[in-house]
Design a protein around this ligand. Structure first.
Ligand code: COA
Ligand code: AMP
Length: 631
């Protein structure tokens, strides 16, 4: 029993309007909202309608106005480019308001869309904040996505401008952004007017007629003030994999986003203004949006921007170095990062070299944190390790062990209890409530709290049909799990075609679409299989067309390259097995789950509806032959 958490949770569910009205007092409004929640058009709920507010003002200007301009806002540490730079809140204000001035001079107006396709450099954060300053809607695209994915996002968002950089650094290779950008623009049906390219030191590129360097773009620009935006205007769009191959544009609105993230910093993470906070993710993902950029800045913290990996840049001690060098209070990352460190340095030899006395809590999310990794990290750090569950759609944690409300006992494998604001329930397919510890669909009773997604970009219908119609009055998370008798939430698997590869969310459906474009492939299936480092990796099964004379291994190589070219290296698609037939039910549904169990070598039940059970033995032999499983 934890009275503080229990009381606050109950209050948030009993009277959400009172609860969030109180939280909203902690952020800066230009003019007040007319009501806390507009619930006149379910499932399209609107928080803080008609309030006037600005994201950049709450992230930067307010701290300068409150006399904290000299406090560090961003510490950039880049082992891959051998650079370290810090920026105070006043310095960020100057750079951002000048870049915002340049955007305005270029003709960018409120609600125009801008794509940001950049590595983890401070200019990426400045670009996000400058968009927010003038009310432009940014859509950040992760650098590991290929031109094709970028083109899809340019088209859907109808972006007027792209902000990018000359290159990114991955261990052992330089990612040239220009060829990717040029190809994406060639593929896009709606062409942006210009690309602003930040030329990285010693790595500048030749620009085309439609490009301008960042440095040139801001040459004559003047600093400008923040636009007064409506609380329900869009702050950003972040595309994520959906149940079909088409990415979904998750929309975040401005007012609720500021209120929820500011509230979460203290209550979930126990972080105070002025604390040093590190989220080791990428700004291309929702974790990066919420907890590298916005949350810590709304709260007046110092945020670390790390351009590197947990291992190999240069070694498995990088995370400990950052924590000790900057006196980081808490770290948020994906379990896969800790699995990578554990693999390279199981005994924690690097850990012993650093002083981590200021460190308090490790937060993990993005995928299920396996108990082994949590226990290993707890043993090493001798500090709490907290698994918490969330999604791009919600933008912040749905369940957690809220450190600011007093920690409760860890149950390994559970993602904590419902966070205040989220009424989580488990429903069975007939929409009845599951009993404690009974598996079902994890849903959240509407309205969702502020800071979640009010809709999908230009797709109200898809929002409603996909997420809100399956269970009337609830948001369907597409995660399956259960809640035990103590209120702990257990997230076990996805119920759609999403797999989670090193904390990156990918759709197997979109991989199948690409594989079926190969002229030699008659049929295919992609599924996630267990991986010690990345949690899951994709496995492709292909059936060749009759009469194909190419060598199967060459076709496999082509398939791997196609996914890399069309989705990007982030898909980590490296395993393709040629099989004679795919196992199906009598109605033609491919039995991906059963194949996954065979590949993971876990017990499975013979599906009652299987068309021909002998295929499963064939598949097993093919997986053994290709080295995916041992005999
Ligand atoms: N731009 C271009 N390429 C990128 C990229 C980027 N921003 N980020 C990753 N890639 C490439 C990698 O170079 C790799 O390419 P390769 O197939 O040629 O080796 C591929 O995409 C897969 O990358 P990644 O998933 O990072 O795997 P990895 O094997 O390079 O590293 C980890 C494994 C665990 C170290 C890495 O996944 C990691 O640091 N994870 C941290 C957790 C995290 O950031 N999660 C995000 C959600 S919270
Ligand atoms: P993303 O939208 O990329 O953040 O991915 C969200 C999905 O990742 C969720 O729907 C879950 O399937 C999975 N996920 C995230 N965090 C956790 C967690 N702590 N435990 C289990 N699954 C998680």
């Amino acid at each position: 029993m934890n009275n503080k958490y229990d009381n606050l949770y109950k209050a948030s569910i009993a009277n959400p309007e009172k609860f969030w009205d109180e939280a909203a007092k902690d952020v800066k409004w230009f003019s007040p909202y007319k009501k806390v929640l507009d619930n006149s058009n379910p499932p399209f709920y609107r928080w803080f309608p008609e309030g006037k507010i600005n994201t950049c003002f709450n992230a930067i200007d307010r701290h300068v106005e409150e006399g904290n301009g000299s406090r560090l806002a961003i510490i950039y540490d880049s082992p891959v480019s051998s650079k370290k730079i810090s920026f105070s809140y006043s310095e960020v204000k100057k750079i951002v308001s000048t870049f915002a001035g340049a955007l305005k001079d270029f003709g960018i107006k409120k609600n125009d869309r801008i794509i940001i396709y950049m590595p983890m450099i401070p200019e990426a954060v400045f670009a996000m904040l400058a968009c927010a300053r003038i009310g432009a809607v940014h859509s950040v695209v992760f650098g590991g996505f290929a031109a094709n994915e970028l083109a899809a996002r340019i088209n859907d968002s109808e972006a007027k401008l792209i902000i990018s950089a000359s290159c990114g650094f991955e261990p052992g290779r330089i990612i040239q952004y220009k060829p990717l950008l040029d190809e994406a623009i060639r593929l896009a049906t709606l062409k942006p007017k210009k690309c602003v390219i930040f030329q990285r030191e010693n790595n500048s590129v030749e620009l085309g007629v439609n490009d301008i360097s960042w440095q040139e773009f801001i040459k004559n620009a003047k600093e400008i003030d923040c636009e007064h935006m409506d609380a329900n205007d869009p702050a950003y769009i972040l595309y994520t994999s959906g149940t079909t191959g088409t990415p979904k544009g998750i929309v975040r609105d401005i007012g609720g986003h500021i209120v929820a993230l500011k509230w979460s910093m203290k209550n979930i993470y126990n972080i105070n203004p002025g604390d040093i906070w590190w989220s080791a993710s990428d700004i291309g993902w929702v974790v990066g949006h919420s907890y590298i950029v916005y949350g810590p800045l709304f709260h007046g913290c110092t945020t670390i921007l790390y351009e590197g990996k947990p291992v190999g840049t240069p070694d498995a001690g990088s995370f400990w170095r950052i924590i000790s060098e900057y006196k980081v209070k808490s770290l948020f990352t994906a379990p896969t990062a800790f699995r990578a460190i554990k693999k390279e340095d199981p005994e924690g030899k690097f850990f012993k070299k650093y002083d981590l006395s200021k460190f308090e809590i490790l937060f993990l999310a993005g995928e299920r944190a396996d108990p082994d990794t949590i226990k290993w990290a707890e043993n090493l750090l001798k500090k709490p390790v907290i698994d918490h569950w969330w999604q791009t759609e919600t933008g912040w944690a749905i369940s957690a062990n809220c450190a600011g409300l007093g920690l409760f006992k860890t149950k390994y494998g559970s993602a904590g209890k419902a966070v205040p604001g989220y009424n989580i329930q488990i429903l069975k397919p007939d929409a009845t409530q599951a009993k404690p510890s009974e598996m079902g669909d994890v849903v959240v009773k509407l309205p969702l709290p502020p800071g979640t997604f009010p809709t999908l970009w230009k797709a109200d219908k898809r929002y409603k049909e996909n997420y809100m119609d399956p269970y009337q009055g609830y948001y369907k998370t597409y995660d399956a799990g259960h809640i035990d008798e103590d209120g702990y939430v257990w997230i076990m698997s996805r119920t759609d075609d999403i797999i989670n590869v090193a904390g990156h969310r990918l759709s197997t459906g979109s991989m199948e679409e690409i594989l079926s474009e190969n002229a030699s492939v008659a049929e295919c299936a992609v599924l996630g299989i267990a991986d010690n480092l990345k949690g899951q990796i994709p496995l492709g099964l292909i059936v060749l067309k009759s009469g194909v004379t190419k060598k199967p291994e060459d076709i496999s190589k082509e398939c791997i390259q196609m996914i890399r070219d069309k989705i990007g290296p982030v898909a980590a698609f490296k395993n393709v097995v040629v099989v004679k037939r795919l196992p199906k039910t009598r109605s033609g549904k491919i039995l991906r789950g059963t194949v996954g169990k065979i590949a993971d070598q876990v017990p499975y039940k013979m599906p009652a509806t299987i068309d021909d059970p002998t295929i499963l033995d064939e598949i097993k032999s093919s997986l053994i032959e290709s080295g995916i499983i041992k005999n």
